[in-house]
Ligand binder design. Sequence first.
Ligand code: HEM
Length: 141
Amino acid sequence: MELIALVLFVIHIVAFIAGGANSVVMPIIGSRMATATPDARAALMSVAETLAKVGKYAMITLIVTGLLVLWLKWNWVVPNLWFWVKMAGIVAMLVFISLNEMNAKKAHAGDMAAAANSKRFGQLTALAFAVVIASAVFAFN
Ligand code: HEM
């Protein structure tokens, strides 16, 4: 059981890297989008969409492995208040990711204001993500 819990924790970390990469790469892609030629823009868009999909699977994996590690390694014992800060951060991330997604649909339909909002939602998601990382470290040190 101990080994399974550790393997699940490794998967937790791998998903954390895969999803977290978006907070670094997405702003770079976004910044190139404005000045890109139509062809390059389409290519950037397709990369961004794939990354968003990877991010979504990473998020699901984090939640599933997180719950399993909390069960198998910690036996559902919540270590301290930082754990709840982390959970609140995760809820905030899910809210911002959903808002960003609804916003992206509007942007796709040609809504320029929505296109501009995309950056803000990305920043808010990254901020919530930073809260999750910091509180995770304080919770399980
Ligand atoms: C966006 C989602 C998540 C991110 C970015 C994330 C990130 C992290 C990080 C960076 C650690 C390592 C902390 C350390 O050991 O110092 C960690 C550990 C852990 N996470 Fe998550 N996590 C997420 C979701 C969850 C969820 C939903 C749960 C449970 C309900 C969870 C439960 C745990 C547990 C139990 C550990 C401790 C493992 C250990 O050290 O024994 N995580 N997480």
